[in-house]
Design a protein around this ligand. Sequence first.
Ligand SMILES: [Fe+2]
Length: 256
Amino acid sequence: MIDISPKNGSHPVAAAGIVKTEPDSWVDPSITYPSYKSFDDLIDVQRLRSLDGYITQRLRRRLKTDQDMKFYTGPYTLAGTQPGRPGSRMVYLARSSAPDSYFDLDKTELWQPTPDADEFAMLMEFIRTLPFRSTGRILIMYDDVPRSVTPHRDHVETEICHEFLWFRTNLRKPFFMLNPATGEKKYVSTYSAWFDSVNQFHGSDACDGLSFSIRVDGHFTDEFRQMIPRPERNAASTPSYWAARSEHSATNCNHK
Ligand SMILES: [Fe+2]
């Protein structure tokens, strides 16, 4: 089993000893945290759900051989919570040819499918239907024991907006966004989410049985990007800005 930790340079920000621990605070006033943008009305959820047994079977097989590395949250965990290695596992379906660097997630030219991608060929086919021009990291996160994922930010660079989609084939995993100022949690109730991973925290409660989710990073298509409203500043807040605009227009529609 391969292990990763900040000590061996898996997280460049921590490894470089950069002291920034909080993001710059300005966000557009229309945004409320916690929040996320569901893609359920933009992707083929029925096809996604149909992969549930297929992925479950393969992850159970992998559990028997204890071959997958542990998930690492990065250094930006919620104050007072446990360190960022909660014990859940990861399967990389695309891996970078460069040394691990969190800020390479969207350098799609660096990322190539791994041999494990063959085992999850139907999932890879589904991923090709998502609105990405090109993909970078492709990762399955899973666990089979009741174990929480420590609330954390992915990084603190507010002008970096990673284009990614988090998704799942069932609703089992109690995955949440958390406002660090208020402690309020919002559980993701949908099959897919793009979320602000900088200005708020995200994590997961413990749950019984096998739970898993998939995250694909990359570049959205130009056509898709045209749909995305952009905040004036704080690019990392874009998913929450979009969520705020979507809720606003839904409310207005309901009032008509
Ligand atoms: Fe994360």
